[in-house]
Design a protein around this ligand. Structure first.
Ligand code: IPE
Ligand code: IPE
Ligand code: MG
Length: 232
């Protein structure tokens, strides 16, 4: 039996299909999806999980209709406002990975404020992947490393050194990846960090994903055999 995973990553997929099944606009699915995330974060904070990474908006999601992108950005800002309001009372630490460039000034400001206010919080660390693409992250890290190598501040490039320059820095790799809504792919999410993670797929749409569904997933994780290339 494995312990509770230290780090769980979520591909929160299916907001649009959930809304469609209820004859609602896609934005209603995103709204319900953000409530699901709030509930899952509150629940995870009561377990022994140390990190949650939530795929919130990908570098490819900009190609959606303008109205949908703007609805998602408004919800994101609401989420940040709410987290700022709760930050004094909660033990939760918040981090953001992805490219800040391209986000609105007001969102960037709120992200920075939230990261600063919560940086020494001892509890669950919630990492939002916003304007995140795994390939973009690897290219950005490579550019920094190349510059430092040229200047001589880095003399050796190892896996450990490389990982430090990814947005996830010193965060341990996810133990467990959960993707809702039935698609069997990773959609440019954490390609480096998921190298040895256990994957779990469920047909439930993200807005319907409950604590009970999370418990079921965690139970399956507990019974997985992790080998990391070794023999059993
Ligand atoms: C996930 O739900 C949320 C984001 C990608 C922002 P989708 O919006 O992708 O929902 P489906 O996959 O179209 O149902
Ligand atoms: C992945 O979902 C991105 C997020 C959940 C934020 P998508 O809906 O964008 O992925 P694809 O297009 O189905 O691969
Ligand atoms: Mg989708």
């Amino acid at each position: 039996m494995n312990d509770v995973p230290k780090h769980v990553a979520f591909i929160m997929d299916g907001n649009g299909r959930w809304a469609k099944s209820k004859k609602l606009p896609r934005s209603a699915g995103h709204k319900k999806g953000s409530e699901t995330l709030r509930d899952i974060v509150e629940y995870a904070a009561t377990l022994k999980i140390k990190y949650i990474t939530a795929y919130t908006f990908s570098t490819e999601n900009w190609s959606r209709p303008k109205e949908e992108v703007s609805a998602i950005m408004t919800l994101l800002e609401d989420y940040l406002d709410d987290a700022l309001k709760k930050s004094k009372k909660r033990d939760i630490k918040i981090r953001v990975i992805g490219k800040l460039e391209g986000l609105s000034d007001s969102i960037i400001h709120k992200i920075k404020k939230l990261e600063l206010i919560t940086k020494d919080k001892p509890g669950l660390c919630v990492i939002f992947a916003i304007n995140y693409g795994g390939r973009d992250e690897i290219v950005r890290a490579t550019k920094i490393i190349a510059e430092k190598f040229k200047q001589g501040t880095i003399t050796e490039i190892t896996e450990e050194v490389f990982a430090q320059f990814l947005d996830t820095g010193n965060v341990p790799d996810p133990d467990f990846l959960i993707r809702t809504s039935g698609e069997l792919r990773t959609s440019n999410f954490l390609p480096w960090q998921l190298a040895y993670s256990e994957f779990y797929f469920t047909d439930k749409h993200w807005p319907d994903f409950s604590k009970e569904d999370f418990d079921l997933a965690l139970l399956e994780y507990a019974n997985r055999k992790r080998r990391f290339g070794k023999t059993v």
